[in-house]
Design a protein around this ligand. Structure first.
Ligand code: ZN
Length: 175
């Protein structure tokens, strides 16, 4: 698999390897949506072992502010690797990671991060902070953005639209 990986030109976000794993992350995001969670999904692929972690946002269900898709996938992947270091792994996530998740990516030393749509309000890879490329930290990741970005953002905007419609259906009291 390693030689395949070198051939696939990692920086090309349109490569079928990236698209296939982002599709998997999107499946996770849709699972979150079906649980009335903000639909974000993540998948971690080891170059040696294949998919070793997948998760979706479960903040509401677990009543846990740290239960973002990436955190759940990272914990699973570390268990699978029997190591906190996720060397030679790629993290796929539908939305640009927040500061907490970008921090966890640095802690896990994940070398490659591929995400779908940007998060101008909370993104910590490119939008608000560049935590994965900060020379003051002891780890840097290669980042590719924009893989299946339209699908990734549509699943989010559809969810928030549905939430707004539901809210209208229940009039506030007092008005
Ligand atoms: Zn996060």
């Amino acid at each position: 698999m390693e030689s395949d990986f070198h051939q696939l030109e990692f920086q090309d976000g349109s490569h079928p390897f990236h698209r296939a794993h982002m599709e998997m992350a999107l499946e996770e995001a849709r699972l979150a949506e079906s649980e009335n969670e903000v639909p974000v999904g993540a998948v971690i692929v080891s170059l040696e072992k294949g998919v070793i972690g997948r998760g979706h946002n479960q903040r509401e269900g677990l009543r846990d502010p740290t239960a973002h898709a990436e955190m759940i996938a990272i914990t699973q992947a570390a268990q699978s690797m029997v190591s906190w270091r996720l060397d030679r792994c790629i993290l796929y996530v539908t939305l640009e990671p927040c500061p907490m998740c970008a921090g966890a990516i640095v802690q896990a030393r994940i070398p490659w991060v591929v995400y779908g749509c940007v998060d101008p309000k909370a993104g910590a890879c490119q939008s608000l902070y560049q935590l994965l490329n900060d020379p003051r930290l002891n780890h840097r990741s290669q980042v590719i953005s924009g893989v299946l970005a339209d699908d990734c953002s549509q699943v989010l905007s559809g969810f928030f639209q549905k939430m707004r419609n539901n809210r209208k259906a229940f009039p506030k009291f007092p008005p």
